[in-house]
Unconditional design. Structure first.
Length: 251
């Protein structure tokens, strides 16, 4: 599996699943456009990748800003001349049921988890159409496939992201563009909120107890599926919603 001469945009690139995806793509020869909010972390990651021989640049962006998506894709074209792969990974989790979710919470979660993916896809698609090919991977959630308590805005945003995935897959299949979604379950990333916790191991076991495979995922395990879907090895897959959740959504 090679991504040589392919330009890949990864949002939420500096930690968690995004960082695992970046590392795998770099190892497979991709040119990388890294997107995140933290300039210092982005610069450090870019420098590390360049030192290892990867062509990479960092685009600092608040994806809640409606102009950010176009700016990111313009930067990719200016730097590398094309866009082959877009991985919409940036995400925001806010807990709360309908009574607890404020308008500001709702807007923030929908902006980052859904609208940013819509705007980035809209900005990247013209390049892919010109090339008669491309791949978009949306990082949804197993909570997009089933209900969950006390995370209304998050669940709704990720469910809508899977529908956006299917609609774009149908709309652009004739252009040679594939659009798929990965639906991770609980994964050992900062979003799980355990990095600085003294009871981390016990809480990891507690999370794993509700998963058929008995543990949470490693970020690399999710990245394996993301990179496969982005690659030519998945050339006949589009419109797919792929759970990577240890069997949780099968229950």
């Amino acid at each position: 599996m090679s991504f040589a001469n392919q330009v890949c945009i990864v949002t939420g690139a500096t930690s968690g699943i995004g960082l695992a995806v970046v590392n795998q793509l770099a190892a497979k020869g991709a040119d990388l456009v890294l997107v995140g909010r933290n300039q210092a972390k982005g610069d450090a990651l870019t420098a590390s990748l360049k030192a290892a021989g990867t062509r990479a640049c960092f685009a600092a962006a608040d994806l809640g800003n409606k102009e950010a998506a176009q700016q990111v894709c313009v930067a990719a074209i200016e730097q590398f001349g094309r866009i082959d792969v877009l991985i919409n990974n940036a995400g925001l989790l806010m807990k709360g049921n309908v009574l607890e979710c404020t308008d500001a919470d709702w807007d923030s979660v929908l902006d980052i988890n859904l609208s940013a993916a819509f705007r980035l896809s809209r900005a990247a698609l013209p390049s892919m159409i010109r090339q008669a090919g491309g791949s978009i991977i949306n990082i949804a959630s197993d909570w997009a496939l089933m209900g969950a308590k006390n995370a209304t805005a998050y669940c709704v945003s990720k469910a809508a992201l899977t529908q956006l995935t299917r609609c774009m897959a149908l709309d652009f299949a004739g252009n040679g563009i594939r659009v798929n979604a990965v639906c991770p379950g609980d994964t050992d990333t900062p979003m799980l909120g355990l990095d600085a916790d003294n009871d981390r191991q016990q809480k990891m076991q507690n999370y794993g107890a509700d998963i058929p495979l008995g543990r949470v995922a490693h970020s690399t395990e999710v990245a394996n599926v993301v990179v496969f879907l982005a690659s030519k090895e998945a050339s006949f897959m589009t419109g797919a919603l792929v759970p990577v959740d240890g069997g949780t959504s099968a229950q």
